[in-house]
Design a protein around this ligand. Structure first.
Ligand code: P6P
Length: 334
């Protein structure tokens, strides 16, 4: 009988490949999976139990919060702060570092997460997701501060995201490639359905919010103009376009069939150097994309090489199929 491997079995087998492993990362990955199952359930039932609306508050980004932004943040914190695997947490929804309660054991990892990315899609029933990044807490640090989170993306030990769409999927990397799991709602298990996901090096599909075109820098203006003109504008093919306004959905599509996703630097005052946040959006997605054979850049530098200036720092993001992203980088270098 063709029985798929469960996430639980996958995590145990990954742990066995690392003799020094203490099981802390395995435990943390399982706890994150439990939180994501709970979030999937709440997202799916939000209209029925009346939590799909707008909260009367703003997050640190000055964005109006959805009720589910706050609820899912609490789900992540409540599922993780007692486990003994974490020294502290950082969330898109909370300005300060989230400390582990004094009555709970602390562990050796730090986590940064966006509990519900793309939540503006909730009321129009489009895919949303949870993005997370796991770092080591510096040796000897028992009360982490923002400074302890300011680690390059190359320091991540694990990155992943869940996309709550027609199916709930978890995409994971620990540095040995990218694996995709589908939640079997009947038994509550994530099942390995997409092993070793890889991004095709070429693509004819780009994703960008065209309404910002007048704010882009010339290299991005040039690239998108060439994509729109296709063979009439000097490219060797015609292009298709997508824009879901949900990074998890866009990145999952890129992992599945290739593509290039851009949220570039623009001169809009509101984007402060970029729309997407480095530590819990760009950096984990960059780790995943690179592990799948893709490229993730600001246009001027590799996202994983950036040392964060703050937990909520924003950066431009250009990611996806290697040959297209490298073309865009070359335009920035001209
Ligand atoms: P815009 C969602 O708010 C998000 O952070 C990403 O998931 C998404 O790619 C982007 O912002 C959408 O931005 O300007 O199109 O609403």
């Amino acid at each position: 009988m063709n029985t798929h491997k469960t996430l639980t079995q996958y995590i145990v087998e990954q742990q066995r490949t690392n003799p020094q492993s203490t099981g802390d990362l395995s435990g943390l990955m399982n706890d994150i999976a439990s939180a994501c199952k709970k979030i999937s359930h709440l997202v799916n039932r939000s209209g029925i139990i009346g939590i799909g609306g707008v909260a009367d508050s703003e997050n640190v980004q000055g964005e109006v919060q959805k009720e589910l932004d706050i609820i899912t943040n609490d789900v992540m914190v409540d599922h993780l702060n007692w486990t003994g695997h974490l020294a502290a947490m950082a969330s898109e929804e909370i300005e300060e570092i989230i400390q582990i309660p004094d009555n709970q054991p602390k562990g050796k990892y730090l986590i940064a997460f966006d509990p519900l990315d793309g939540s503006s899609n909730i009321d129009i029933n489009l895919s949303v997701g949870t993005i997370f990044s796991i770092l080591r807490c510096p040796e000897g640090v028992t009360s982490p501060t923002v400074e302890d989170f300011k680690q390059k993306g190359t320091e991540q030990v694990c990155a992943g995201f869940c996309v709550y769409g027609p199916t709930t999927m978890m995409i994971l990397t620990t540095g040995n490639g990218v694996d995709g799991f589908t939640l079997d709602q009947d038994v509550g298990e994530f099942i390995l359905t997409h092993p070793k996901m890889t991004i095709p090096e070429d693509t004819a599909e780009f994703a960008i919010n065209m309404s910002n075109q007048r704010f882009w820098e010339p290299p991005v203006q040039r690239y998108i103009d060439e994509c729109i003109k296709g063979v009439d504008g000097g490219r060797e093919k015609n292009f298709n376009m997508r824009w879901v306004a949900s990074m998890v959905a866009e990145v999952y599509r890129v992992l599945t069939r290739g593509g290039v996703f851009l949220y570039p630097l623009d001169t809009k005052p509101t984007t402060q150097g970029g729309k997407l946040r480095l530590m819990y959006e760009a950096s984990p997605m960059a780790f995943i994309v690179e592990q799948a054979g893709g490229v993730c850049s600001t246009g001027r530098e590799r996202v994983l090489d950036i040392t964060p200036e703050g937990v909520h720092q924003r950066v431009p993001v250009i990611l996806g199929s290697k040959n297209e992203v490298e073309r865009i980088i070359s335009y920035h270098q001209e």
